[in-house]
Design a protein around this ligand. Structure first.
Ligand code: AMO
Length: 435
């Protein structure tokens, strides 16, 4: 069968020397020196050079020197070893197919030395992602998700999918996107929280979901998206939140291990991913407040940590050798209604911080329906909104807990990327709805 491509750029080797091969990709550069021209073709693995001579190949020379940058071509020709060119092989063409011609000028340069504004890049994301170092983030993302599935399945977790069109708030907040659902109003799910907990009453007692979060938060920051993804997990028959934290830290370890094997992507991204050692440090919320106050950070007991506080804490932890740390035992008032209280003021909750950014949060949950009802009322929520959730607690609900870990946040911290928008293909933020 005739193919546009028999080899990727970087796959050519000694066995191909002197043989006919076909390569295909985007025209990155055309250097016409008059009697000879060098055309650089880029595919998903790298680039390679096509060398064409005017005298011997007049027609092909014209086609290849006329083609606009970023057009798509397929080139069939002789593979020749040449130690002067990148990858060590060049192609002497015998056939050229221009499969798609790119308009000029390009709205965004692909090989420009100076990086364009993020907005221009995101407006032209299809071109932006032709840059290998931008595309590499999504190869890492794929491997990360694979590592999640690999580890959690090995621990007996079942992957599930819960509804994303829901009737009422899952977290009790107001940051919901409203959608029309026939003659009623509905919302986009903020998190799978209520459903993953409901599943704990079914016997599917270890579940995870690679979930969408839709959050109508108005803020426009470098670490918030209005549509983001997360790994959500819930497990039953736990004695305390420590069991959940142990799964989380082992999960993070497996992710770091797998991603650290991606040598070429990490080198493109200039990132070093050091596999952490377990257990991660645990520090109580009380202790965190004390440590922050020592550094003159103004924080009142009971407040959640803002980005500035998180950053200072990340610095302190780093100085003390911990890139990862659990903040435990948050004040009950700062956590959602479903969080298991510990005494009057505290909760069996935790956040996982990584270099100054919260990447996951979780807790043991309340499984007693009376206590749950009491907390819903104390949080001034309407029990009517939670009727079908509450029902699952009245007919046998085991003790359980879980967490949610943001995938884009994780990628950002793992790869040292400054803006979360880089970690999702087509970000949704306060002002961006296209592409
Ligand atoms: P929480 O609201 O802390 O917890 O979210 C869990 C994790 O999801 C990520 N995240 C976000 N990432 C990008 N943009 C956002 N707007 C955004 N919001 C959250 C963060 C965060 O740590 N139901 C609980 C989890 C649980 O207890 O199981 C929850 O949603 O990395």
């Amino acid at each position: 069968m005739e193919r546009y491509r028999t080899h990727y750029s970087t796959d050519l080797g000694p066995d191909d020397d002197g043989k006919k091969v076909s390569v295909a990709g985007w025209v990155e550069d055309v250097r016409n020196l008059g009697s000879i021209a060098f055309v650089i073709i880029r595919d998903r693995k790298g680039t390679l050079q096509v060398t064409v001579f005017k005298k011997k190949q007049a027609e092909l020379f014209e086609v290849l020197t006329d083609v606009t940058r970023e057009s798509v071509v397929s080139v069939k020709g002789l593979c020749k070893a040449n130690e002067k060119v990148r990858n060590g092989y060049e192609i002497i063409p015998s056939e050229v197919d221009v499969l798609s011609t790119a308009e000029a000028p390009l709205p965004l340069g692909v090989v420009d030395k100076v990086e364009s504004e993020l907005d221009t890049r995101l407006d032209n994301r299809f071109l932006d992602l032709r840059k290998p170092e931008k595309r590499a983030i999504f190869v890492v993302r794929d491997v990360l998700l694979n590592a999640v599935r690999e580890y959690l399945r090995s621990e007996g977790f079942v992957e599930v999918h819960t509804p994303k069109i829901i009737a009422s708030s899952s977290e009790g907040g107001t940051d919901l996107f409203r959608v029309k659902y026939f003659e009623r109003d509905a919302f986009l799910a903020q998190s799978p929280q209520l459903y993953k907990q409901t599943l704990m009453a079914t016997g599917l007692d270890r579940v995870f979901e690679i979930a969408w979060y839709f959050r109508a938060e108005e803020h426009n920051t470098r670490r918030h998206l209005n549509e983001s993804t997360a790994v959500d997990l819930e497990m039953a028959f736990i004695k305390n939140e420590e069991e959940v934290m142990s799964v989380l830290e082992n999960l993070v370890l497996n992710i770091w291990r797998r991603v650290s094997e991606l040598k070429s992507e990490l080198s493109l991204l200039n990132a070093s991913v050091e596999v952490p050692s377990l257990p991660f440090r645990r520090i109580t919320y009380d202790k965190v407040v004390e440590r922050l106050q020592e550094r003159k950070v103004e924080i009142e007991w009971g407040e959640d940590l803002g980005s500035e506080e998180e950053k200072v804490l990340g610095d302190i932890m780093r100085e003390e050798g911990s890139d990862f740390y659990f903040i435990t035992k948050y004040p009950l008032e700062s956590k959602p209604f479903y969080t298991m209280p510990e005494g009057e003021r505290f909760s069996r909750s935790f956040d996982l911080g990584c270099k100054g950014v919260e990447i996951a949060s979780g807790s043991q949950r309340i499984h007693d329906p009376k206590l749950l009802m009491k907390r819903i009322e104390e949080c001034r929520l309407n029990p009517k909104d939670f009727e079908s959730y509450l029902k699952a607690f009245r007919y046998g609900m085991p003790p359980h807990g879980g967490f949610g870990m943001g995938i884009e946040r994780l990628l950002m911290e793992m790869l040292g990327i400054k803006n979360i928008r880089e970690c999702t293909l087509f970000p949704r933020d306060r002002t961006r709805l296209t592409p």
